[in-house]
Design a protein around this ligand. Structure first.
Ligand SMILES: C[C@@H](O)[C@H](N)C(=O)O
Ligand SMILES: C[C@@H](O)[C@H](N)C(=O)O
Lengths: 165, 165
């Protein structure tokens, strides 16, 4: 299957929230996102890894406009669920490699992360699906990242070794 | 914009790996996923939240066939990058709510998590994109989760309140 990386996208009018040390039991995620849903706040890039010792962190992004209200709601919910704290990072942008068959493409993720590493761009969060790999990075690197990824995946497509054996 | 939840999907022939406490500096993610890419191992659902105190966890899924080789590679890379340990959970399945405009749909995530919570299904990991919200759950709950989500989002669509004002 020929892997087709279709393009590189970025969005930067977002703010990332992280709720640190939430208890890992049923109902916790529902409480957090119903509270945001009830306030008509759209969320993107929800990311939660597995819990270690019964606690885990959850992070997600909201639009800059919604950030003040989201912060208020989250601090209230964090207390109710017994989380440790709420972190807010307004300095994020999301860069994504978008394509088809990303799931079976061994190598796309490694290559994307390698391009960012070569430009000394730290990855703040990662989220993937079958059609895209997204990274949150510091906003000041958005243009550099998009240009470097475009060069690696689109312009130099012929050296694109990703799993199309 | 009318939010269209198109369907509920699930996959269960996957194994989740978590690398606990990786240093949060450029190049770390590249090292992990290039090692897997070089071994032609396809990864799915890569999830990393922000670091707290300079370390973070990363988790992702591979197919059951690739799991033994992935475990060998990851234990070697974990030592090289100074991570704490590698966890492997073979008992996972991924359930997803798939649709259009999920990003602007406040309420979809909260509703999905609430349905799982009502059936006392714990969420092991979360990952979202514009077209889908995915949760990793214990494999024994796959059918229950798919049926409950289908009822909430597809069968009872007319009560589907998600942000379509
Ligand atoms: C941490 C959170 O996702 C929890 N496991 C839940 O099911 O709500
Ligand atoms: C943790 C890992 O993602 C690291 N921040 C990196 O850029 O590689």
């Amino acid at each position: 299957e020929k892997i087709a990386v279709r393009g590189i996208t970025s969005t930067d009018k977002e703010v990332q929230f992280t709720i640190v040390k939430v208890p890992d039991k049923p109902g916790i995620a529902a409480k957090i996102f119903k509270a945001l849903g009830d306030a008509h706040i759209a969320v993107d890039m929800i990311v939660q890894t597995v819990s270690v010792n019964g606690y885990t962190d959850m992070s997600f992004t909201v639009s800059e406009n919604d950030a003040p209200l989201a912060k208020e709601i989250l601090e209230k919910v964090a207390k109710e669920i017994g989380a440790e704290k709420v972190l807010m990072d307004p300095d994020v942008s999301k860069v994504s490699v978008v394509g088809l068959g990303m799931r079976s493409a061994y190598g796309v993720a490694g290559k994307m992360f390698d391009v960012l590493a070569k430009h000394n761009i730290n990855i703040k969060a990662i989220s993937t699906s079958e059609i895209r790999i997204s990274c949150l990075i510091a906003r000041k690197y958005t243009e550099l990242a998009v240009r470097a990824l475009h060069e690696a995946f689109i312009e130099n497509d012929k050296v694109n070794f990703v799993g199309d054996k």
